[in-house]
Design a protein around this ligand. Structure first.
Ligand code: SF4
Length: 85
C-alpha cells in the first residue's frame, strides 16, 4: 500500500459524514427541487464545517475531479470554480 493510499484511508476514517447522515451529501435519485437542494447542501456543509478531514477531503475531490456531491464543504459548482481560479 502506498503512502498516498494510507493518507486517504486515515482521513476517511475520521470523516464526520460516515454513517446515515452521508445521504445528505449527494442528490437523491429522483428530481430534487431547488429549495430542497439548498437545504440538503446546507445540512451537509454544516457537517463538513465540524470535520477534521475537511482539507484532505477537498484536496482529494479536486484531485480526482469528483463531479457529484458535497466534498470538503463545497458542492460541485464551487469546486469547479475553485479549480479554475
Ligand atoms: S469534509 Fe465533509 S464530505 Fe469531507 S469527509 Fe468531512 S464531512 Fe465528509
Amino acid at each position: 500500500m502506498s503512502a498516498q493510499q494510507q493518507t486517504v484511508e486515515l482521513w476517511q476514517v475520521k470523516a464526520a459524514c460516515r454513517g446515515p447522515q452521508a445521504a445528505v451529501f449527494f442528490p437523491p435519485p429522483h428530481f430534487e427541487r431547488k429549495a430542497d437542494r439548498i437545504e440538503r447542501e446546507r445540512r451537509a456543509k454544516a457537517i463538513c464545517a465540524e470535520c477534521d478531514s475537511r482539507l484532505e477531503c477537498l484536496e482529494y475531490a479536486l484531485e480526482i475531479r469528483e463531479p457529484h456531491g458535497i466534498w470538503g464543504g463545497l458542492n460541485e459548482t464551487e469546486r469547479r470554480t475553485l479549480s479554475e481560479a
